[in-house]
Design a protein around this ligand. Structure first.
Ligand SMILES: *Cc1c(COP(=O)(O)O)cnc(C)c1O
Length: 418
């Protein structure tokens, strides 16, 4: 060992490669920020190491606690959603789990809307239950049911607008008001709105999240969807406007060892500038296809909150459509296929689509389709849903005309009316 080191020519020594004297000049600026990757972060002295604070973004201590790349993404996401603090986690589901683990303790209860993102229900029925945290489901379309279910043990209420499969849009401001009145924390899964369709920290549109405005306590976002926009990154965020609540999230985040990869943060930073344009394009295509579906006799019910007659349409209008006609919605909708068709026929219709791929998640360039079994997902069949087989579509960035032709050919082939 000793001998090998002695034989190394000094000009090409490994040490010289590791402790290289060259530092590039400061002042490089370009459209895309640099990517900083680190586990270890250096301190100039032991004193600096002992003093350095990481909880408020004033410095760096360890890769898991933040780098210039993750700080930058956190700040830009705060701007998107109207929040003040943000933490990044490895998936949207991890964002939901982090909120739960940070604020709930044994003996507490969490209320979840019956149409919630399925894995959030599974978390409550798995880990949370094992920790002695109970949960109950409330009717997302009935604020009185939410009030009835809040007890002194209720610590957290989850909100989703709309439910991501059956697409009912709740009276979000009213739900938040009821949580406030009862002193219960409320967390919104803001993946559908993405910070664009409405502002989670300024639900009445009167205060930009400042004093007196109606706001959720936590906005959890699956960045996997629109902020990524590529179908190639898994990431989540938890955004707050309260320093104490943020600290609770931040400490739990640190103790659980959660973090995101710099290259993934870079990909989301690359996609963020186009999110509003992409969101509007997904929206427009979804509405074109939804309007087409409404005219097909195979469609027993169209579930898209921007359409008259869809569950919660008036609530979507009130929250997202301040200037009539200018309201935004995600490129996501469901169709209840008439009950005369069997599950096998509906499956064959999905299989018969060529441009729509079969797959979970959404927000990328490729249109997706998934049939869902509502009966197994809800406590009981909701009164506002017609009988049938639900198929959810998420529109990508293809031409609406091409997507419509694809739907038409699969409908003719597999769900004939005659
Ligand atoms: C996709 C999704 C999530 C979870 O995001 P992942 O990154 O896939 O874990 C959570 N909530 C909603 C509404 C979603 O659509």
């Amino acid at each position: 060992m000793q001998k090998d080191l002695q034989n190394l020519p000094s000009e090409t020594s490994v040490t010289g490669l590791i402790h290289h004297p060259y530092t590039p000049p400061a002042g490089f600026e370009a459209p895309q920020p640099g990517v900083f990757k680190a586990s270890t972060v250096y301190f100039p002295t032991v004193a600096h190491m002992r003093q350095r604070e990481w909880k408020d973004k004033s410095a760096y201590t360890y890769g898991l606690h933040g780098t210039p790349t993750t700080y930058l993404l956190e700040e830009r996401l705060c701007t998107l959603e109207g929040g003040l603090q943000c933490v990044l986690v490895p998936s949207g589901l991890a964002a939901l789990a982090l909120v739960a683990l940070a604020v709930l303790k044994t003996g507490d209860e969490v209320l979840i809307p019956d149409n919630a993102y399925g894995p959030n229900k599974a978390l409550a029925d798995g880990e949370l239950r094992h920790f002695g945290i109970t949960h109950r489901f409330y009717d997302p379309m009935d604020p009185q049911d939410l009030s009835r279910q809040i007890t002194p043990r209720t610590r957290l209420v989850w909100l989703e607008a709309p439910g991501s499969v059956s697409m009912e849009f709740p009276d979000l401001p009213e739900m938040v008001r009821r949580c406030r009145e009862r002193g219960v924390l409320c967390a919104l899964d803001n993946t559908w709105g993405a910070g664009l369709a409405f502002k989670p920290f300024d639900l009445l549109g009167d205060g930009a999240g400042g004093e007196g405005s109606l706001a959720v306590d936590f906005s959890a976002h699956a960045l996997t969807k629109y902020p990524s926009g590529g179908g190639d990154v898994l990431m989540g965020s938890v955004i707050t406007r309260d320093a104490a609540l943020h600290l609770q999230i931040k400490l739990c985040h640190m103790r659980l060892g959660l973090g995101v990869a710099a290259n993934d943060a870079e990909t989301v930073l690359r996609s963020l500038p186009s999110i509003a344009l992409r969101y509007a394009a997904h929206d427009q295509t979804a509405r074109t296809l939804a309007a087409w579906w409404q005219k097909q006799p195979q469609c027993a019910q169209l579930l898209h909150p921007a359409f008259e007659g869809a569950p919660g349409h008036a609530h979507w209008q009130a929250l997202c459509d301040h200037a009539p006609g200018a309201g935004l919605a995600a490129g996501l909708f469901s169709v209840m296929i008439d009950a005369r068709f069997s599950q096998a026929q509906v499956d064959a219709f999905c299989d018969g689509l060529k441009l729509f791929k079969i797959g979970y998640s959404w927000g990328g360039p490729v249109s997706l389709v998934v049939p869902y079994d509502i009966a197994s997902m809800r406590q009981a069949w909701p009164g506002h849903l017609k009988q049938g087989t639900l198929v959810r579509f998420s529109t990508g960035l293809e031409s609406a005309q091409d997507l419509m032709l694809d739907l038409h050919q699969a409908l003719q082939a597999h769900l004939p009316m005659a």
